[in-house]
Ligand binder design. Structure first.
Ligand code: SAM
Ligand code: SF4
Ligand code: SF4
Length: 337
């Protein structure tokens, strides 16, 4: 199989597919409610790539080295009949890992089982706090913690394991929940990952003083339950891994602000309307839908992706401190995490 590398010699191994820009949450760090009210215009249905189109692209990406696919959004479980897409992607030879990130609020046990039998391997479920008041204030739509804890249980029961739990930490908002969250997920087999609040998009009012550095999170947990660092599974992995010395399991730290990992970033991102993004912080995508709907052959689409990837030099997080003026950036709910 051919592989393609960018100007910094980074291979293309991961594809994140955002299946919808819609979400039933209004997380303060992603889609603040005051800006994304009832009149906000999401993409109309005909703008979205069809499952057939997504599968075709995924097959082309696979020939370029992609082995791992993650479905995301917006909220991916809002996309009708998502299981049909999972089935199509799971059938692509050479795709070794097929996972999804969800807020969990729509994940019944039945749905989790359907996703598993369609070929989904693992789930990452986002949960920012165990405190109902804090969580409701962060998701801004009054969804209780119990709903997401149930979803984590359903994912486990369906065998979508190990379940990863994503907690975005914002100073002054939920940093008091770091230890309770760590405590709750010890000895469960679930991997809790603490994510630094990032300056994604242009609408979340990001400020550096609201970022809790990963090192501070590790120190806090280590003081309560000693941790040992664990080597990354693969060079492109974003999380720094730690294991509890007492055998309680593993945690991850995603310190994209204080310890960027652009050097090994091997991810391409596909937006719901078929734009290819080479970075989470990109200002512009490349329109693959135009090629798909304009009658391009697989070869032509493949060449276009190769041209994009081989010209890729973006390393936003590595260079964050050099940006003096605010940059135009795609919104997180458009391209997922
Ligand atoms: N709606 C799904 C969910 O929340 O899991 C999938 C899409 S969401 C954009 C993917 C991940 O990005 C979530 O774990 C979310 O917490 C994280 N995220 C969103 N905005 C973020 C920000 N400003 N900083 C850090 N992580 C963020
Ligand atoms: Fe929706 Fe996920 Fe963004 Fe929250 S983080 S608003 S759940 S897309
Ligand atoms: Fe990859 Fe861009 Fe994130 Fe750097 S900032 S790790 S290049 S997505």
């Amino acid at each position: 199989m051919a592989s393609v590398t960018d100007v910094w010699d980074r291979p293309l191994t991961d594809l994140r597919i955002s299946v919808t820009d819609r979400c039933n949450f209004r997380c303060v760090y992603c889609m603040p409610k005051e800006l994304f009210g009832p009149s906000f215009a999401f993409l109309p249905r005909q703008e979205l790539l069809t499952f057939e189109e997504i599968e075709r692209l995924a097959r082309i990406f696979q020939t370029l080295g992609v082995r791992k696919i993650r479905l995301t959004g917006g909220e991916p479980l809002l996309r009708q009949e998502l299981e049909r897409l999972v089935e199509r992607l799971a059938a692509i030879p050479g795709i070794e890992d097929l996972a999804m990130t969800t807020n969990g609020s729509l994940l019944s046990l039945e749905r989790a089982r359907r996703l598993k039998s369609a070929g989904l391997k693992r789930l990452t479920i986002s949960l920012d706090s165990l405190n109902d008041e804090t969580f409701r204030a962060m998701n801004e739509v009054n969804v209780p913690v119990s709903r997401v804890l149930d979803a984590i249980g359903h994912a486990e029961a369906a065998g979508l394991t190990p379940v990863k739990v994503n907690m975005v930490v914002k100073r002054g908002v939920n940093d008091q929940d770091i230890l309770p969250m760590a405590h709750h997920f010890r000895f469960t087999g679930h991997i809790l990952r603490f994510i630094e609040f990032m300056d994604v998009g242009t609408t979340n009012g990001w400020r550096m003083d609201e970022v809790v550095p990963g090192s501070e999170i590790v120190a806090k947990i280590n003081a309560a339950w000693p941790l040992d660092p664990v080597a990354p599974e693969r060079p492109g992995d974003v999380a720094q891994r730690y294991r509890y010395r007492d055998g309680a399991g593993e945690i991850g730290i995603i310190a994209s602000v204080t310890a960027p990992f652009c050097r090994h970033c091997s991810r391409a991102r596909l937006s719901p309307e078929g734009q290819l993004y080479l970075c989470l912080f990109a200002s512009q995508g490349y329109d693959l839908r135009r090629l798909l709907r304009g009658g391009a052959t697989d070869e032509e689409i493949r060449d276009a992706v190769i041209a994009q990837w081989t010209g890729r030099r973006v390393r936003y997080s590595d260079e964050r401190h050099q940006h003096t003026a605010p940059q135009p950036k795609v919104e997180m709910f458009r391209i997922g995490g």
